[in-house]
Design a protein around this ligand. Structure first.
Ligand code: ADP
Length: 374
């Protein structure tokens, strides 16, 4: 096993497009790091540079203590699992699993044992004599993972490995990959565009946007302390609501700064200097933090638009000063289109973002201060 380190790594493709801006990132030995971001943000390029499938334009990549910049993929001791499985169609599952080891002239007994172990771990023993065409998508993905396991590499690199599976299978494989990591603790870099997959699998998550690394943090840190507006809205579903407005003076009663957007006035229970009066700011609040409970601070009385009743939760869409918002309420909430709803937002649940690039988080409600709520 080994750590992985990127130092100011840059990728400019032959056509001049810079897919990865200077990026530094350290993955600890044994860590499961997820690289997440929207399609085209440079995740795969980054992973492929670690694997050696793309050359770096600048910077250095280390696997363990070795700078691997000039090493071919085969010499980097990493195993990659692709979205499209990349199995050899004419070979049986057994041969697919053992192929890499045979090429490395691993002793026969060793190969048999490793293939047997991997097949058992992944419950594919009964499929060993089949060919890929005779397998389901889920089974093929297991074989692809098995092929990485038998190599016993220093690190696993996963490129959207579950994207081709149906929703149920994806959830199951996700759990199995987590268990696999728990068991072997092999250093892993896992690329996905799916923020739920990132939150559930990653010990730490690196969020990318337009070739730039935005934040690297644990799942809960990302959710609680997003570095900027992009991270805040990318992580979480439905996405965080945003309301453009200004910070206007102080509330005479509470002496809290007040955020104003049209007729909405929301006291920001904080003394943080970042909340300066008159500054143009964006208020962020998560759909799941809006409540009908009037013990919390009032945000607005809204007119209900579309309602989605999902059983476990009710999603209520509405406009706030012309800006689309959504609340995630209890599944039993009886509410219909056109209803008037008084929505409340706990004092510790707001985020305040700067109004120019990179839209940094400048302040947020103080956590663990329930008594601050009126
Ligand atoms: P992601 O994995 O986040 O979807 P990629 O790393 O595949 O993104 O691609 C990042 C950007 O680089 C995209 O804009 C993509 O179009 C571009 N790109 C990828 N491969 C090449 C290439 N071989 N030549 C030029 N541009 C490329």
């Amino acid at each position: 096993m080994a750590s992985i380190r990127l130092e100011n790594v840059v990728k400019r493709y032959a056509n001049g497009h810079v897919a990865v801006q200077p990026t530094s990132l350290a993955v600890a030995d044994g860590e499961f790091l997820v690289l997440v971001g929207p399609s085209g943000c440079g995740k795969s390029t980054t992973l492929r540079m670690i694997a050696g499938l793309e050359e770096v334009t600048g910077g250095r990549i280390f696997i363990g203590d070795r700078c691997v910049n000039v090493l071919s993929p085969g010499k980097r001791d990493v195993a990659m699992v692709f979205q499209n499985y990349a199995l050899y169609p004419h070979m049986t599952v057994r041969d697919n699993l053992s192929f890499g080891l045979r090429m490395r002239r691993t002793p026969k007994g060793d190969i048999q044992k490793r293939v047997g172990d991997a097949a058992e771990i992944l419950s594919i023993e009964s499929l060993l004599d089949r060919r890929p065409a005779e397998l389901s998508g889920g089974q093929r993905q297991r074989v692809a993972v098995g092929r990485a396991i038998v190599r016993q590499p220093a690190a696993f690199l996963f490129d959207e490995p579950l994207s081709n599976l149906d929703a149920r299978l994806r959830v199951q494989m996700r759990k199995e990959l987590a268990q696999l990591h728990h068991r072997f603790r092999t250093t892993t870099v896992y690329v996905t565009h799916d923020q739920v997959e990132a939150m559930t699998l990653g010990e730490r998550i690196a969020v990318m946007h337009e070739g730039v690394l935005q934040q690297v943090a644990t799942p809960l840190e990302l959710y609680d302390r997003p570095a900027n507006r992009f991270v805040a809205t990318f992580m979480g579903s439905p996405a965080m609501n945003l309301l453009g407005g200004r910070v206007v003076g102080k509330d005479t009663r509470t002496s809290h700064a007040v955020f104003q957007c049209g007729t909405i006035r929301y006291p920001l229970a904080t003394t943080t200097e970042a909340v300066e009066p008159a500054a143009s700011r964006t208020l962020g609040f998560r759909p799941e933090h809006l409540t009908l409970d009037d013990r919390h601070l009032p945000l607005a009385i809204v007119s209900v638009g579309v309602v989605e009743q999902l059983g476990s939760e009710t999603l209520v869409y509405f406009q706030l000063e012309g800006q689309p918002c959504v609340a995630r309420l209890d599944g039993q909430t009886a509410v219909r289109r056109g209803d008037r709803l008084s929505l409340h937002l706990p004092a510790r649940r707001w985020f305040l973002f700067d109004d120019c690039e990179p839209f940094r988080l400048v302040a947020r409600g103080k956590r663990g201060s329930e008594e601050e709520e009126k």
